[in-house]
Ligand binder design. Structure first.
Ligand code: NAP
Length: 258
């Protein structure tokens, strides 16, 4: 299927590795020029080279997207994107009792204010031009809160509510805003949390990994490639009638019928 987005321009945040990289790869394969960012230059430049092999223009921007200066640099590199993929690292785990107000402020800044700021800066230009696709990478935790991730549960649910109305206003101009809610995906982040769990329980990494996979009805973790392919479809010319939705990609992990 031709996705109909060849020649479009995308900003993909937090994309040197993991889910963001999967999105950038899938969009590049569809002929989209991509502006990608991450804080670490080394991995970002390696990823930029890989993406360029698809024959598209790739602009790497070394920045922390959760800062105003970082977002300014990103938007300066791609002022009028047709596609925006919002992503950043997730807040740290912990317990409600131990979180300070500053922990909450950081989580809200990184996973709620940052995507709102980028949407605000880009959505009206998209509407004027008559095409736009915005995807927020959130988490399955907005459907079923994860015990150790209260900072993430709160900030991401806040974002979801914050964009629900503008998603329905923008669609008349062929601009959509949707959330993608990943369950467990095989990325550095997941490998890191699995390692910590194994260390805490003093068991082998392979034991915790097998348990975590067994807890997913699909019996495995998702891959960044399949994640990117779904996001690319949501960004395609064919997906203009899908907006304000929050799609779980979790191998069947969410137990509800709806
Ligand atoms: P990952 O493999 O650790 O990759 C994170 C990417 O984001 C890296 O390229 C990293 O590069 C970049 N990054 C992190 N913080 C950044 C910042 N402030 N500014 C710019 N770039 C930044 O993580 P992932 O698994 O792809 O996760 C991506 C998001 O999805 C996270 O918010 C995570 O909580 C969420 N999520 C993941 C899963 C999962 O199973 N993987 C499930 C649910 C939700 P630098 O470190 O160099 O900046």
């Amino acid at each position: 299927m031709d996705f109909g987005i060849k020649g479009k321009k995308a900003i993909v945040c937090a994309a040197s590795k993991g889910l963001g990289k999967g999105c950038a790869q899938a969009l590049a394969r569809e002929g989209v020029d991509v502006t990608i960012c991450a804080r670490g230059a080394e991995a970002l430049n390696v990823t930029a080279k890989e993406l360029a092999s698809a024959g598209v223009k790739v602009t790497p921007v070394v920045c922390d997207v959760t800062t105003e200066a970082g977002r300014k640099a990103l938007l300066a590199a791609c002022p009028n994107p047709d596609i925006l993929i919002n992503n950043a690292g997730g807040p740290p785990p912990g317990d409600f009792k131990g979180f300070s107000l500053d922990d909450w402020r950081k989580a809200v800044e990184g996973n709620m204010i940052t995507p709102i700021a980028l949407i605000h800066a880009t959505v009206y230009g998209m509407m004027d031009r008559g095409f736009g696709r915005i995807v927020n990478i959130t988490s399955a935790s907005i459907k079923h809160p994860i015990a150790a991730l209260e900072l993430s549960n709160g900030a991401r649910l806040g974002l979801t509510g914050a964009v629900a109305v503008v998603a329905r206003k923008a669609v008349k101009s062929n601009v959509t805003i949707n959330g993608i809610l990943p369950g467990p995906f095989d990325t550095d982040r997941l490998r890191g949390t699995t390692q910590k769990m194994a260390e805490a329980r003093k068991v082998a990494l392979s034991v915790v990994e097998a348990e975590r996979k067994a807890a997913v009805p699909a019996g495995r973790f998702g891959s960044a490639e399949e994640f990117g392919a779904v996001v690319a479809f949501l960004c395609s010319a064919h997906a203009g009638y899908i907006t304000g939705q929050n799609l779980l990609i979790d191998g069947g992990g969410y137990p509800g019928s709806l």
